[in-house]
Design a protein. Structure first.
Length: 392
């Protein structure tokens, strides 16, 4: 699937930058074009892979390149004011070559959580391609203002995009782990999961052809209908004669071992269960999921149609959905078999219910929450005396 990726804010820019590095390392060619948008000049300068002319600094007249702190109302305002500058970078994207737009943003800060929904609304008004969001929820230990921002931004973002995929930092940060190392691991986890999902169907001339092809239309159909999505992932290391055994492996029968159909089928069905019932990007009960997509990736000799079909039927039983798609994504030189499951239209999500409660109760303790970040806001924003109103 070919994507135009737009990283909005610090977290969004870093993740898009990591996606580009993943593309270069694996040759997956998912990102057709990448743009980073931020109100903090230092964050844009810290990126390594996004081209300089695709980095857009907004809000210069108001925050002088220093960012908006945690004020996502200000983030939304400057995104509205400078939408033409953002559009100028998007105009360089060969839209006829992309299947969809993906806006990536952290939902706890100011620039991304405020600006991403504004950009999503703008893109949907202009383009016919789907506009998806990837929202990163803050950890509970990051402070009340970040939880409030996420509560407000979530309801706006999910309304403006065609589907909102969510990654919850609370479910992934390890206790005692530093913020820097923790976020680096989280970003790698995001790229690993979404890289396999969006890489499905993108094969070159010399690549293996899947037995059951998953192409961009399968992903688009799974995400159709809006709502919230989560991703499951599981992998197992395998012996791959194609990745290093060479001629000796062929003479010693190295190619024959993976043809054990029963083992291959059992491995796939086991990975499907682990992916669905293990740690999801957004923890939830999978029962009641509206649509699902299973993608199995790995050396072609370790993939088979029977295992994928069994995994797909198991997903149907567990979710209760009649819209469960499945297929494989062969990677000849991989030493892992991996399963990625996209669960779209999930309903029973405790974290989302928690955010909704925060949004409802926010006005009762808005002064206390604002005081938590008042010192930072006063340094960066000249006038923050306006009453904070919900974005939705």
């Amino acid at each position: 699937m070919k994507l135009a990726m737009i990283g909005f804010g610090q977290a969004g820019g870093k993740i898009v930058d990591r996606f580009l590095e993943h593309d270069q390392r694996t040759g997956s060619d998912i990102v057709r074009s990448a743009v980073a948008v931020n109100s903090a000049k230092a964050d844009l300068m810290g990126l390594e892979n996004i081209p300089q002319d695709q980095r857009v600094l907004i809000g210069q007249s108001r925050v002088k390149g220093h960012g908006v702190g945690a004020d996502n109302e200000l983030g939304a305002e400057i995104a509205e004011e400078d939408i033409d500058e953002i559009q100028g970078a998007i105009d360089t994207i060969p839209v006829h070559e992309v299947d969809a737009f993906l806006i990536i943003a952290g939902m706890g800060g100011g620039t991304g959580s405020g600006g991403a929904p504004v950009l999503a609304k703008h893109l949907k008004r202009i383009y016919t391609e789907p506009v998806y969001g990837l929202g990163i929820l803050p950890g509970g230990d990051e402070g009340g203002i970040y939880t409030l921002n996420a509560a407000r931004s979530f309801q706006t973002f999910v309304r403006e995009v065609d589907n909102l995929m969510v990654f919850d930092n609370d479910a992934w940060r390890q206790s005692g782990e530093s913020i820097t190392s923790g976020y680096a691991e989280i970003n790698e986890e995001i790229v690993r999961r979404f890289g396999i999902l969006f890489g499905a169907g993108e094969v070159g001339g010399g690549d293996q052809v899947a037995e059951s092809v998953v192409d961009s239309s399968e992903i688009i159909n799974t995400l159709a209908g809006g709502g919230v999505s989560t991703i499951g992932y599981a992998a197992e290391e395998v012996e791959n004669s194609n990745s290093g055994g060479g001629l000796l492996s062929r003479f010693t029968g190295g190619d024959d071992e993976p043809t054990d159909t029963a083992n291959t089928t059992n491995r796939i069905t086991s990975l499907v269960r682990k992916a669905a019932l293990g740690r999801l990007t957004l923890p939830c009960e999978i029962e009641g999921t509206e649509r699902a997509l299973l993608v199995m990736s790995g050396p072609p000799q370790h993939l088979n149609r029977k295992g994928i079909e069994r995994g797909r039927k198991w997903l149907e039983e567990q979710t209760g959905s009649m819209e469960v798609r499945g297929g494989d994504y062969p990677v000849a030189d991989s030493n892992f078999v991996a399963g990625v499951i996209l669960l779209s239209g999930v309903n029973n999500v405790p974290r989302i219910k928690e955010l909704q409660e925060v949004a409802i109760e926010a006005q009762d303790n808005i002064d206390d929450i604002r005081e938590e970040s008042e010192e930072n806001l006063e340094e960066l924003v000249e006038d923050d005396d306006d009453e904070l109103e919900p974005l939705f």
